[in-house]
Design a binder for this molecule. Structure first.
Ligand code: FES
Length: 272
C-alpha cells in the first residue's frame, strides 16, 4: 500500500501540475483494497488446507459431501462419497482428491471480471484506488502474456456450469435419512443455499451475459434471448456481492460438514 510513487511517470511527469503527494485524498482509500486482500487470503488459505487434508468431507449417514471434494473420482475417496464412480486410481497425498475440477474452478474465479478488478487493485496496486498514483512505471494492461489469457474466461464459465450441475446433484442426493430413504436436516439447508447461490454467481457472469444475448445487435429479432439477457443483466448488477457471498457459503458448507463428519457436532435433524 505504501509503495513509493514512481518519479517522472504518470501524475509526476514533467508536463503535469507539480504536486508531490501521491494522492490528495484524505479518506481511508487504502481500506477497501486491504480488506479485499485479507478476504482473498483467508479463503485461499482455508480452501487450500481443506482440499489437501482429506479428512471429514463425507457424512455417510446423511450423504453430505463437501463441495471441495466433489466430484470424488479416485479410489482414495472414502466409500460412498463417489457419486460418479472411481475411474481414477489411488492418489498420493500431495494431489487433492478434487484435483479434476479444483484447477478449473480456480481458473474461473481468477479470470472472473470482478476478481480481476479486485486483485489488480488490492494485490497488484494498479491502481490501489481511484486517483491514487500507482507504483508501476509501465502499464500494458491485458495486452501481453500472461494476462492475455484472461480472455479464456468464457471456457472456464462453461466448465463452471457443469460443476454447478454436479453440486446440484450432490445437494439433491443429500436428502438422505440415517435409516435410509428421505431425510432432512440443517446440513440440507446449508448445502441447498450454497448451491442456489453458486448458480446465481455462475449465471450472473459477464461472459454468460454476452453469450445469452449481449452480443446480439437486434433484440427485437430474438425475444427469448432478450428475455434471458434481461434476467442475467439484473443478476449481473449483483456479481460482486455474489462473488463474495459464494466464497463465504462454500467455506461455511465445508466447515459445517467437517464438524458433522468429525462428530464434533451432530446434524440438527427435522426428518429422519
Ligand atoms: S465475470 Fe465473474 S464469473 Fe464470469
Amino acid at each position: 500500500m505504501s509503495a513509493a510513487p514512481t518519479a517522472g511517470h504518470g501524475v509526476f511527469s514533467k508536463t503535469r501540475a507539480h504536486i508531490t503527494a501521491r494522492t490528495l485524498r484524505t479518506d481511508r482509500w487504502w481500506l477497501p483494497p486491504l480488506l479485499t486482500a485479507l478476504g482473498l487470503a483467508a479463503f485461499v488459505g482455508y480452501a487450500t488446507v481443506r482440499s489437501f487434508v482429506r479428512t471429514a468431507y463425507w457424512v455417510p449417514e446423511y450423504h453430505y459431501l463437501s463441495p471441495f471434494y466433489s466430484p470424488c473420482l479416485s479410489e482414495s475417496c472414502v466409500p460412498g462419497s463417489s457419486h460418479f464412480g472411481t475411474p481414477i486410481p489411488a492418489l498420493p497425498m500431495w494431489i487433492p482428491l478434487g484435483f479434476v475440477v479444483l484447477p478449473f474452478l480456480l481458473g474461473f474465479r481468477l479470470t472472473c471480471y470482478y476478481y480481476r478488478k479486485a486483485y489488480y487493485r488490492s494485490i497488484w496496486l494498479s491502481p490501489p484506488a481511484c486517483a491514487v498514483a500507482e507504483p508501476h512505471a509501465q502499464y500494458t494492461g491485458e495486452s501481453r502474456m500472461p494476462l492475455l489469457l484472461q480472455n479464456s474466461h468464457r471456457w472456464f464459465f462453461y466448465f463452471a456450469l457443469a460443476v454447478s450441475a454436479i453440486n446440484t446433484y450432490d445437494a439433491v442426493t443429500a436428502f438422505h435419512g440415517s435409516g435410509g430413504g428421505f431425510g432432512f436436516g440443517l446440513g440440507n439447508v446449508i448445502l441447498t443455499i450454497n448451491v442456489i447461490l453458486l448458480w446465481c454467481y455462475t449465471i450472473s457472469c459477464h461472459s454468460c451475459r454476452h453469450v445469452v444475448g449481449g452480443r446480439l445487435k437486434h433484440f427485437s429479432a430474438h425475444p427469448v434471448r432478450y428475455r434471458m439477457w434481461t434476467i442475467v443483466s439484473k443478476l449481473n448488477t449483483r456479481h460482486m456481492l455474489l462473488a463474495w457471498t459464494t466464497l463465504a457459503t462454500l467455506a461455511i458448507t465445508d466447515f459445517y460438514i467437517m464438524l458433522v463428519a468429525s462428530h464434533t457436532i451432530s446434524d440438527l435433524r427435522f426428518i429422519n
